[in-house]
Design a binder for this molecule. Sequence first.
Ligand SMILES: [Zn+2]
Length: 190
Amino acid sequence: MVSRTGSCRINLDYLLDRADRVTKLCPHWSELARQRMALCLDEEMVLGRSLWDFVQGGATQQLYDMLIQESRRTGRKLAFNYRGDSPGAIRYMRMTLLPGYQGMVRLRSELLHEQSRQRAVYFTHAAYPCRPELLQCGLCNRLEHNGRWYTLDDLLRLTDVIDDLMPTEVGDTVCDGCVTRIEIVTGVRL
Ligand SMILES: [Zn+2]
């Protein structure tokens, strides 16, 4: 098990302008973005682009959009925990939204705790999945299959829907439990 506690070394900070374009990144962005997202999101590929080019999924995108707009409108800092798992790791994360001057919002993604997974599982996220039998919550990373919600470990144990040969296609959603949880911790009506 790999366990880390929060420090500025492992926070990803970025600043949005009023049009949700990424205008500033923390100095260690490129290194952390590669580690955290397993993607080569180099600074020059991100700066000036819309946040919505990078946040996958309609439901998750909609929820983040509502929270960012609410933070701007009220001038309130908003924070909530979420799961940002990678194929080989369980990641407990915290997102903080800090509103600023002229519609700017600072987003901070903090890794609270990380635990390696014995069996790496790869997903592809499709806005309109060809086989929408699996939905994944963008906030808790649980998966819905045949009307039931599973943790990934339970899904692997109890079903055969995960294929080790190919990435498993999932549709994006936000589960009712996360909507309620985010409403409670942020005070925002979603
Ligand atoms: Zn959820």
